[in-house]
Design a protein around this ligand. Sequence first.
Ligand code: SF4
Ligand code: SF4
Ligand code: SF4
Length: 496
Amino acid sequence: MSSEGKFSWDFLKTVADSLDSYRVRALIDAKEDIINAGVYDETQYYNILFKMFNVEQSKFTLFHFLNSNQNLNLTSIKNFSEQNSIELRKALSLLELLKNEKRVIVEEIYEKIKGDENSPDKLIFKDLSIKIDGYNVSKIQSIYEPVKVIFDSNICSGCSLCAGICPVNCLNIYNGFGKIEEDKCIRCGLCYSVCPRSFLPMNVLNMYQDNCSEFKVYTNIGPYKEIYSARTKLTEIAKVCQDGGITSTALYYLFDKKMIDLALGAKISQTIWRPEPILLKNKEDILLTTGTKYVNNPTLKVLSQLNKDNKSLAIVGVPCMMQALLKSEIFNINIPSLSNVKYRIGIFCMESFSYESILKICELLKVNIKDIRKMDINKGKFFIYTVNDEYNIPIKEISHLARPDCEVCYDLTSESADISIGSIGSPSGWNTVIIRTDKGKELYDSLIANSLIESKPIEDVKPGLSLLQKVAGSKKNNCKKHVTSRLNESLRIPNY
Ligand code: SF4
Ligand code: SF4
Ligand code: SF4
C-alpha cells in the first residue's frame, strides 16, 4: 500500500504543525535541563511530551476543520466532535486553546429575557460565532509566556500551581507573590497553561463540573447538585474546628477508609498566623490544620515533590486553587502528581491578605497577634477572637488591605471543587456544604452513612441559601467592577 493510502494530507499537516508547535519544541529542546532538574524522571518527561504532542495534534485538527468550513458556529463544533468521536466539551476545550492563541475569535451569543417584579432578568445561551483570524504556520509565536506576565500585572492569585508543575523548578510563590529565576526558565509555558489567571474557560469548566456538554447559565454559586448545613459528630474535631468541622471530618473519613494516601492543606507556621503548606499523612495530622487562615498559602507548590510516589491525594484549598486544578484536569498533560488528585475540597473565600496586612488589622483593632484564637469574616465584618474578647471591623474599612489580585476573583464558593465547604448561610457552629460532583456526593453520603456528621437541608436553616447567593453575587459584581476598571486603564485582566 502506498503511503498516500495510509495518511491523509490533513493528517500530515497537523503532525507537521504539532511538531512545529512552540509548546512541543520547548519541551524537546530542553529535555536535558528538565531531566537534570529532577522534578520529572525520563519516563515522566516522555509521557508529558507525547501527551502535549497529542493535545497539539487535536488542536490543529480542529483548526484545519474550521479553516475548511464556513459560517462557523456551535453546530460546526458539534459536527467536528461527531466526526472525530470526541466529546463536545473536549472539542470546546480545544477551541479555547485556539481562541487563547488568537487563531480564532469566538463570541458567545446570549438572549436576555426580561424579568418582572418576582423574577430577575435571565440570560439564555443562543449560539457561538467563530471566526478564523488569519493563520500562517511560519508566523507562530509563543503565546504561552512564563507567568511573569501574570505576576507583573498584579492578577496572580498566589494559587502556586505554576510552581507545582514547573519542569525545571525555577519558580517560587511566597506570601502570595511569584518570582522566576529567568536564567533557568526554558520558556515552555507550562506554567501559563495551568494558570487560572491566564485563561479560564468557565463554560467548559462548568460543563465538566455539571457532567454535561451544554452552555448553561448558573446562579451565583455555580453548578451544584445539593446543598446542606452540617456539623461534625467527632468530638476531637468539634473541640477545635472553626465552624462545623466538615473539612476535617471528610479528611478523617478518607484517611480512615484508606481512600487517600496524602492530603494537602494549610497549617500555621512557626510565625504565628502565617500559614504554610502541610502534607497530611494520616488522620492524626488533621488537627494541625483546623481553623480558617486569611493569609495566602502556596499549597499547590508542594505538588512538585509528589511526582515520584504515585500516592492518591485530596487537596483542600481556596477557589482559585480549585480552578487551577480543574483547568489542569481538563487540559491534562500527564503531570503525575496532578493525575493523583482524587478529591478537590474547596473552601469559601471572600478575599485573602498578606501577612503584613493581617498585622495592620491587628494594629487597627489593638490586638496582639499572639493572642488571637480565631479569625472570621461574617455579616460584612472581619472578626478576631481572643480567649476572652471579640473584636470586629467592617470589611469595607479594611478592603484596601486585601490582596489586589483578589479584586478580580469572581468565585466565593469554590465552584470548581468536588465539594465546597464554608460558613455563610449556616448558623454558627455549622458549615454550609455544596455538593458539586458525583465524587463529592459519594463522599458526603458516606459521612452521613458512617454517622460522622449531622446534616440538614439548607432550606431548614437560617440565614440559608438566599444569604449565600447574595454574598456570592456581591463578590461577582465586585469582580466585574474591577475587571471593567482594569480594562478602561488598558491593564491585563484574567481571561475568564
Ligand atoms: S517558569 Fe514557566 S515557562 Fe519557565 S520553565 Fe517554569 S513552567 Fe516553563
Ligand atoms: S495565579 Fe497561580 S498559577 Fe497563575 S501565576 Fe499566580 S500562582 Fe502561578
Ligand atoms: S479571593 Fe479568590 S483569588 Fe483571592 S485567595 Fe480567595 S480564591 Fe484566591
